[in-house]
Design a protein. Structure first.
Length: 311
């Protein structure tokens, strides 16, 4: 059991200085003129400056100038609107090191009052690791979002993403009275390709087919994989007549392409396409159904052809 009065026997100034000196957080003390009067070992190690380098220097030595061009003073980080933490007012900023590199730090500032003078103190913590983890987290979240809307094999928008785009296209057609076309495309005899050469070859065909689509279409067009061997295509600001030219050129590009399989073996693949005008009074699923009807008609008429709805 500690007897009362033991703490009072310890010289408080030496006791406090020892704690500050051994702190893992960087600590700096300044006078009302913003001159550095004390820096602990952690600050010296973090900044690269020695104790002599810092003593008597301006607080702005450690931080870049403000956007206004003014030098930083510790009063800058006090605000009546801010809620103080236990260890002072919290800020995140960049610490300028002696090697002239910047380190992101979290800083808490507070005032120190004594009988004869007022001082300011700042506690700085290196947050590089936290920033790195936050960046990794954001990258992971963005990757998961992309995967939720992207077909993993072809890297094209998946059915969910394509449906969202189609819904927006219908809204645009209705609002701006612009013509657009929806097409549905299906690889002819794709099951036979899988059964004969295996699913690995089928996947290669799907990926190469996706590349052909992207190369043939405009940047503003949308191409997505909406089924196993079925693709959807949205042609905004395009008439039915204009879509006929674009889609037939796309069909010919596929028919003329030699799909490399292995060694000197190549595979010829064809495409059937059904398309229809996007009507503002119809729901997206209704428009998709009409394009599907045209697609089935193209297949019934011999495949490797395009067909508009109404058939």
């Amino acid at each position: 059991m500690v007897k009362s009065g033991v703490m009072s026997e310890i010289r408080s100034d030496q006791f406090a200085k020892e704690i500050v000196s051994r702190s893992l957080d960087a600590i700096v003390v300044l006078d009302v003129e913003n001159r550095i009067r004390f820096s602990n070992a952690a600050l010296q190690e973090l900044s690269g400056y020695s104790e002599d380098d810092l003593y008597g220097k301006s607080f702005s030595t450690l931080f870049p100038d403000l956007e206004s061009g003014e030098q930083v003073s510790i009063e800058t980080f006090f605000s009546k609107e801010d809620k103080p933490y236990v260890a002072g007012f919290l800020r995140e900023l960049e610490l300028v090191t002696k090697p002239k590199g910047n380190i992101p730090v979290e800083m808490r500032t507070f005032e120190i009052h004594s009988e004869d003078q007022k001082l300011y103190a700042a506690i700085l913590r290196d947050i590089r690791e936290r920033r790195r983890l936050e960046e990794q987290k954001n990258i992971l979240i963005n990757s998961l979002k992309r995967l939720a809307y992207m077909d993993e094999l072809t890297l094209l928008p998946n059915r969910r993403s394509f449906s969202d785009t189609l819904q927006k296209t219908v809204a645009t057609v209705k609002r701006r009275n612009r013509e657009s076309v929806l097409a549905v495309m299906d690889i002819d005899h794709f099951k036979a390709i899988n059964d004969t050469y295996g699913h690995d070859i089928g996947d290669l065909v799907l990926k190469k087919m996706s590349n052909i689509f992207v190369d043939c279409l405009r940047e503003e067009d949308t191409i997505g994989r909406i089924g196993g061997e079925e693709f959807g295509c949205i042609l905004p600001d395009t008439t039915v007549e204009g879509a006929c030219v674009v889609l037939d050129r796309l069909r010919e590009s596929v028919a003329n392409h030699r799909f490399f399989i292995f060694d000197n073996f190549y595979l010829n693949v064809t495409l059937s396409i059904g398309y229809t005008k996007v009507h503002p009074i119809q729901k997206p699923e209704e428009i998709l159904k009409l394009a599907d009807i045209a697609l089935y008609q193209a297949k019934n008429n011999g495949r490797n052809r395009i067909q508009v709805y109404p058939v």
